[in-house]
Every structure is written in structure tokens, then in C-alpha cells.
Design a protein around this ligand. Structure first.
Ligand SMILES: [Mg+2]
Length: 254
């Protein structure tokens, strides 16, 4: 049964008009809790390589890894390092700092990446929101940058897959967000107009700017850290941007 909130106008019950009917979600850090899941995937990896038996403390290992990983991604964005080096260096530098020897950094990286999609922590309020939207007849989709196998596995393992009519993955479409091509493909394939469509994501450049440049409205799930810098960033576009402090707030904008 479809649940509708009705408003009374001139004594007649009328269902409110839906502005958006097709909702496109980013996956990582919008629905799938990347931060928490990477912590647990790393813990599995840490135990597999028996680092605990070598007397290494896991929280300290993860903190050290995160520091190097963060710096290397920054270097990657600035063109100082290529991805192939990044995946090796983030472990190599961690080992060096902690005095760990005898483990192949590439092997550890591969184990960690394989472990990732088996982690099932979701962003708080995500399932509740998806249930809410599904019950009200919204058409739900995913637009995600990543590898087909990995992203599909995440959706299967978490049970999120059932909510979505179609899943658009950059590897399949051969264009990552923020490129126009992936948005164009998704809207065409889902029979949506730009006016009916809303993109929700946590990454300003890929999700929000991508959607706005293509010409659809967007809802930005903002971490408190980046909350300060919002206004100057979204003012240049004619399309609407909703700011969400948590994903459940989307209900109020629909
Ligand atoms: Mg994301």
C-alpha cells in the first residue's frame, strides 16, 4: 500500500504534487559508511597478517596508516604520485614508521581491498530513509564511482540492493562523476527528466558540482568539518542545492 500524506484544500483531500520523483544516490559515505568499514576491513587485514603477534597495537597501526593514506591521496590529487604507487606506499610508509618487516605491502593492500566490500556498516538513518522513499513510490537509483564487482558486492552484502531500480557504476559507463556523461546516461536510462531528478551525495566536486553542471538539483550531505565553507561554493549555480547534516533530513526537502 502506498502511503501518502494528504493536505486539505477547499474541503478536498489532495495528494501533494511531488517535485522530485527520481532520486539518485551516491554510495560511498552517503549510504555505505566508508570510514567505519575501512576501519573494520583493516582490522581483519591486520589479524590476517598476524601483526598482533608481532606486538603491534591496532589503533596505532590504523592511525599511522590513515595519516600516510590521507597524505598520499592529497599527493595523488596534486599529481605528485600515481595510483599504482599510492597503494604500495601507504603500507610501505606505515611499515617503515612502525618498524614492521617481512610483509609485502602490495599483498596487504590487496587483502584489505578484497575485505572492504564485505563490511556492512551503513550511514546512520540510510535504511530508514530508503524505506520511507520506497513506501512513497519514489524511483531510487545509485550513481557511483568505482569498480562494478566491488560496488555490487557492497549493495548485496548490506541488503541495500532491493531499494534500487538501477545501479549506475562508472566502470560500466566508462565515465566517472562529475563527468556529464554518467548523469546523462543515468537519466536517459531511467526515463527521468532533469526537473524530476535529484542527486544526493557527500562529495562536493563529484556529486554536487557534477549534478549542477549537468543541470539537476542536488542535496549535499555535509560533514560538520566542511559545513563552514558551503555558501561560497554553491552560490554560482542556478540549480538548487539542499544542505543535509544527516541523510534523514532529505525527507523535509521532498
Ligand atoms: Mg561518496
Amino acid at each position: 500500500m502506498k502511503a501518502l500524506t494528504c493536505e486539505i484544500k477547499h474541503g478536498i483531500f489532495r495528494a501533494p504534487m511531488k517535485r522530485y520523483t527520481h532520486i539518485f544516490f551516491d554510495l560511498d559515505n552517503t549510504l555505505w559508511d566508508f570510514e567505519t568499514n575501512s576501519f573494520y576491513a583493516m582490522k581483519e587485514t591486520f589479524l590476517h597478517f598476524k601483526l598482533d603477534e608481532k606486538g603491534v597495537d591496532f589503533p596505532f597501526f590504523f592511525e599511522t596508516y590513515s595519516k600516510h593514506n590521507h597524505q598520499l591521496w592529497q599527493d595523488y590529487r596534486n599529481g605528485k604520485v600515481v595510483k599504482k604507487e599510492l597503494i604500495r606506499l601507504r603500507f610501505e610508509q606505515t611499515f617503515k614508521e612502525l618498524g614492521i618487516t617481512g610483509i609485502d605491502p602490495l599483498e596487504m593492500n590487496l587483502f584489505y581491498l578484497t575485505e572492504m566490500p564485505f563490511q556492512t556498516n551503513l550511514v546512520e538513518g540510510a535504511v530508514e530513509l530508503l524505506n520511507y522513499l520506497a513506501l512513497r513510490g519514489y524511483h531510487l537509483f545509485i550513481i557511483t564511482n568505482g569498480f562494478r564487482e566491488v560496488q555490487q558486492k557492497k549493495l548485496e552484502m548490506t541488503g541495500l540492493k532491493r531499494f534500487f531500480t538501477k545501479i549506475y557504476i562508472s566502470e560500466d559507463i566508462k565515465a566517472p562523476k562529475p563527468s556529464r556523461k554518467i548523469f546523462e546516461y543515468a537519466l536517459k536510462s531511467s526515463n527521468a527528466t532533469k526537473k524530476q531528478s535529484l542527486m544526493i551525495g557527500d562529495d562536493f566536486q563529484t556529486d554536487i558540482v557534477g549534478a549542477l553542471q549537468f543541470g539537476i538539483d542536488a542535496a549535499w550531505l555535509v560533514s560538520s568539518a566542511s559545513f563552514q565553507t558551503i555558501n561560497n561554493q554553491v552560490n554560482n549555480y542556478s540549480n538548487k542545492v539542499y544542505i543535509l547534516r544527516e541523510i534523514g533530513e532529505l525527507k523535509q526537502t521532498l
